[in-house]
Each structure stands twice: as structure tokens, then as C-alpha cells.
Design a protein around this ligand. Structure first.
Ligand code: ADP
Length: 216
């Protein structure tokens, strides 16, 4: 039987726009947005047991352990599947172990969208990134400026620079991505699940491309 479910995985280095594009896709196509980065930042903000445990790891640009990350995602996707809700995984899986874990959950069909961007552009974007810790929306101090800068357009709260958008952490995150996540490109290519898009286009264009791929 063909499953009606189709979920999306966003793959790509930090700064390629996974969060921004996921947010738009979620709004337009009604898929639930699951960002492991947002989940971890919320735990840190709330000073929960998990938050205190991972705070320094996240701020330094390293990955949270697979065990913790898999457990967090497992709970989320199991609940969504029970309710027949399609979803976007933004920032998960990030390691082969996470990808194997996800595959072991038999979560219906996935398409994987890889967002590609040059290293120079990535560094430029991340160092100009501003974040609303209330609604999780991301802005950029030059080309995606909030209409209420330096506040969030929606929440009117002061935008912040994420701890892991400091220069040393940006370099660390790119290194970790190259060492641990880049292999997933071949992993998903070999399973014929991968679609690659250039990320230096308007968000609206990228969203249209994704809708076309999704609805094929
Ligand atoms: P970006 O994609 O811009 O790097 P995210 O908001 O997705 O940022 O993630 C921020 C941080 O949260 C990561 O640098 C990492 O410390 C942690 N994190 C998020 N997703 C994962 C994951 N799947 N595995 C391990 N750590 C993760």
C-alpha cells in the first residue's frame, strides 16, 4: 500500500537557511516544523535538566550526543505519526547514527532537501544573523532585516545573536558539519532520497522548488 505520508528532512550546513525555509514550508504546506536546534535552545532558556546539561555543548558549536538527540526526536515523531501529521525535520539527522535510528523507526516516506551555499556566504550570513527567542524566527541584519529592527516584527521583543553565532563557534560548527554531517549527502543519495537546491536564491523561489518536488 502506498503511504499518504510524506515528510521532509532538511540537510545543509549551518546558515544555509534550513530554519527560514522550514518555517515558510510549514506555514504554506501545513507540515509540522521540528527543529532540534529550537528544541535544545528552548530547554536551555528554561534551564531544564536537559538544558543545563547541553548548554555548553551547543554554545561551543559541538553536537549534542546522538543518544539525547534521538530520544528527543523519537518522542516528537511518534506523537505526530499517531495523529497522522506530516512533518519537517530541520537539523536532524546530523550523523549516520541518527540517520540509522530514524530509519529504524519506519516513519513512512521522506524526501531529503539539501540546501547548498558557499562557505563565504555561510560565514557572512551567520555573523549577521539575529534571532527571536520567543517565536524562533531568524532575521539578518542586512538582507532580511526585521521591519521593527532591532525588535522582532511579530513579537516586538529585542532580537539577539545566538551564542553559537559568535565567530569561534561558527568555525567549529562548520568543521563539525564537514566531519559528521556531510557524509549524509551520500547516505541519502544512495537511497535516491536526495534533492539538491542552491540556497543563494530568494526564499520564495526555494519554497516553490520544494513544493514542486514534494507534489511530484
Ligand atoms: P544550525 O543549523 O544553524 O547550525 P540549529 O539551530 O539547527 O543550527 O542547531 C544549533 C545547535 O543545536 C547545533 O550546533 C548543535 O549543538 C545542536 N543540535 C541541533 N540539532 C542537532 C542534532 N541533530 N544532533 C546533535 N546536535 C544538534
Amino acid at each position: 500500500m502506498i503511504s499518504l505520508h510524506k515528510n521532509i528532512i532538511f540537510l545543509g550546513a549551518p546558515g544555509t537557511g534550513k530554519g527560514t525555509v522550514s518555517h515558510e514550508i510549514s506555514k504554506i504546506m501545513g507540515l509540522k516544523h521540528i527543529s532540534t536546534g529550537d528544541i535544545f535552545r528552548e530547554e536551555i532558556k528554561n534551564k531544564s535538566e536537559l538544558g543545563l546539561k547541553i548548554q555548553e555543548i551547543v554554545a561551543s558549536g559541538l553536537y549534542v550526543t546522538d543518544e539525547i538527540t534521538n530520544a528527543v526526536v523519537h518522542k516528537k515523531v511518534t506523537n505526530l505519526k499517531l495523529q497522522n501529521i506530516n512533518y519537517i525535520l530541520d537539523g536532524y539527522p546530523r550523523t549516520v547514527e541518527q540517520a540509522n535510528f530514524l530509519s529504524s523507526l519506519n516513519q513512512d516516506r521522506f524526501i531529503v532537501i539539501l540546501l547548498e551555499l558557499s562557505k563565504e556566504k555561510i560565514i557572512e550570513r551567520l555573523s549577521q544573523r539575529l534571532f527571536c527567542s520567543t517565536c524562533k524566527r531568524t532575521y539578518n541584519s542586512t538582507n532580511m532585516k526585521s521591519l521593527k529592527h532591532p525588535n522582532c516584527e511579530l513579537e516586538n521583543t529585542l532580537l539577539i545573536t545566538r551564542a553559537d553565532d559568535q565567530p569561534e563557534a561558527i568555525i567549529k560548527r562548520l568543521e563539525v558539519y564537514n566531519q559528521q554531517t556531510e557524509v549524509l549527502i551520500d547516505y541519502f543519495k544512495n537511497k535516491s532520497m536526495l534533492f539538491t537546491l542552491q540556497a543563494d536564491k530568494e526564499v520564495t523561489e526555494i519554497v516553490l522548488d520544494i513544493q514542486e518536488i514534494y507534489n511530484k
